[in-house]
Every structure is written in structure tokens, then in C-alpha cells.
Ligand binder design. Structure first.
Ligand SMILES: C[S@@+](CC[C@H](N)C(=O)[O-])C[C@H]1O[C@@H](n2cnc3c(N)ncnc32)[C@H](O)[C@@H]1O
Length: 266
């Protein structure tokens, strides 16, 4: 009998260890969404010189995409509380002779940024790991008056319709850290900010069953780190049966993912 993993919920130290362990292979197990990057780039096109902060930047997949979008007048502060993630980021960026960035190891609830200093704050796939009220208040402090602020995440309901939510036992039940839009809206309102726009991005995904199994075994979503070993193994077995039952071509399993980009104004 599969059990929801309430009794073994990971504390922040365990989650830190999870991200430390996965840092060196993070890019190989995650899928990069370029649509929100192009959308944000377009929003910033009138700005001559941009200072950006990427909070919970991980190994810098998204920071790197922004660096590729702009010229050398662009500067990005890459902030994460995980040392290994930042080492990995620095390695990738230095390897490509990129210099217009800095890495800062810090918690999202105490941003190492001057007051009114940043043109654009972004956070990708990380808000559910933060203390949201503190993170919002720190972002408000660091943003310039006309600053831009974007949160990219998957909502709980979007997560439940993913390939994992639909077919991997207990994935939706165990992942109770994600938010619904109204919950984020309330946090944003409480922080004296307002939502300027929301945009849902959809992605037609295709993958082989082997890759999906590999991703889950490597906890590409930290949700998998919330399972104990026995429950994970049993769930993975059932997941594979579910996929075989529902898809004809195990080399080309197709599904549709959705994420949301929230644009906030001061
Ligand atoms: C799911 S990863 C996303 C990484 C990156 N934004 C991406 O999409 O590739 C979440 C990141 O948030 C970081 N993180 C978790 N809690 C944090 C906190 N309280 N303050 C700063 N970073 C945190 C983790 O170390 C990890 O790198």
C-alpha cells in the first residue's frame, strides 16, 4: 500500500543536500523553457542598461539565457543559497568567457542587494522553496521604482496535469509546496505590490520512457526526494505500467505541460 510521505517531509537542510547532490547534473535532467525568457526580453527592450537579479538561480540555466539575450551593458546577480549550484554556475559561465555576472550565496529572504538598485528581478522554478512574504518584501526593497519583477513557476493544478501528476503515484499528493494563483496573489497583495499580468505558457513535450525513468531516479524534480526509497521504487514500477497502458510508442511519449509567468509591479 503506497503511503503519502507526510511523516518523512524533508526539512530545509535535507532539501539543501538534495540540491547539492544534483548540482553537477542539473542541466542534463531538467528541461529549459525559452518562451518566458523571450517574453521578458521583449518587456525590457526599451531599457538601455539593465541590472537583473536571478533568485534561486541554481546552476544558472536561465541566467545564461539572459546573458545571451543582451549585450555587455547587461549585468546579472546570480543568487542562490546552495554552494554547489553556484560553483556549477560559475564553472559554466567562466568557461564561456562571460564576465558580466556575479554569484552571491544567500537566502532569498535576505537578498544581498542594495536598496533601489535592480531593474529586473526574476525567479524560475524556485518560489515554492522560499519564505514568500520575506522574499517579496526583499524584492520590493531592492527593485528600482520602475522595476520589473517576474515569477515563473508551475501552479499546483498545472503540476497535477503533468505526466508525473497524471501517472506517477502520489506525485500530486506529495508535492504540496507549490502554490495556486490566488495564494500567490494574496501574498503579493500583502506585500503591497500588484500583479500587472499573468501569462500561461504551454509546451508540447515528447520523451522516451527511459528518459522519464532516468529523470525521476535522479530527482530532477525535488518532489521525488520526498519519497522514501521503498515507496519511490514501488511508485516507479506503477508509473511504468501506467505509461505502457496509456501510450503506444514508448520512445515518443507525448504530453502537455503548463507553467505561469507572473509579472509584478511595485
Ligand atoms: C528547482 S531549483 C531551480 C533552479 C533554477 N532557477 C532553474 O530553474 O534551473 C530551485 C533552486 O532554489 C534554490 N533555493 C532553495 N531554497 C532557497 C532559498 N531559501 N534561498 C535561495 N535559494 C534557494 C535551490 O538551491 C535551487 O538551486
Amino acid at each position: 500500500m503506497l503511503k503519502i510521505q507526510n511523516e518523512i517531509k524533508l526539512n530545509s537542510h535535507d532539501m539543501y543536500t538534495h540540491f547539492s547532490n544534483i548540482a553537477s547534473k542539473y542541466q542534463s535532467v531538467r528541461t529549459l523553457d525559452t518562451k518566458p525568457i523571450l517574453y521578458i526580453k521583449d518587456k525590457l527592450k526599451e531599457k538601455a542598461k539593465i541590472s537583473m537579479a536571478d533568485i534561486g538561480c541554481g546552476d544558472g540555466r536561465y541566467s545564461l539565457e539572459f546573458l545571451r539575450c543582451f549585450d555587455n551593458s547587461f549585468y546579472i546577480h546570480c543568487i542562490d543559497n546552495n554552494e554547489n549550484m553556484l560553483k556549477s554556475l560559475e564553472y559554466h559561465l567562466v568557461e564561456q568567457n562571460i564576465t558580466n555576472f556575479c554569484v552571491r550565496q544567500s537566502d532569498a529572504n535576505r537578498l544581498p542587494l542594495e536598496n533601489d538598485s535592480i531593474d529586473c528581478i526574476v525567479t524560475f522554478n524556485a518560489i515554492h522553496h522560499f519564505d514568500v512574504p520575506k522574499f517579496l518584501s526583499e524584492s520590493l526593497r531592492a527593485l528600482k521604482d520602475e522595476g520589473y519583477f517576474f515569477i515563473y513557476t508551475r501552479l499546483r493544478n498545472q503540476n497535477s496535469r503533468s505526466i508525473w501528476g497524471e501517472h506517477f503515484p502520489l506525485f500530486t499528493e506529495n508535492e504540496d509546496r507549490l502554490y495556486e494563483l490566488d495564494e500567490l496573489e494574496q501574498h503579493i497583495k500583502n506585500a503591497d505590490m500588484s500583479i500587472h499580468s499573468t501569462r500561461v505558457f504551454g509546451y508540447s513535450r515528447t520523451s522516451s520512457l527511459d528518459r522519464l525513468v532516468h529523470q525521476s531516479q535522479n530527482s530532477h524534480y525535488s518532489t521525488f526526494a520526498l519519497y522514501d526509497k521503498e515507496t519511490f521504487d514501488e511508485s516507479l514500477e506503477i508509473f511504468q505500467q501506467n505509461i505502457k497502458k496509456n501510450f503506444d510508442d514508448l520512445e515518443k511519449i507525448k504530453w502537455y505541460d503548463e507553467n505561469i509567468l507572473i509579472e509584478i509591479r511595485k
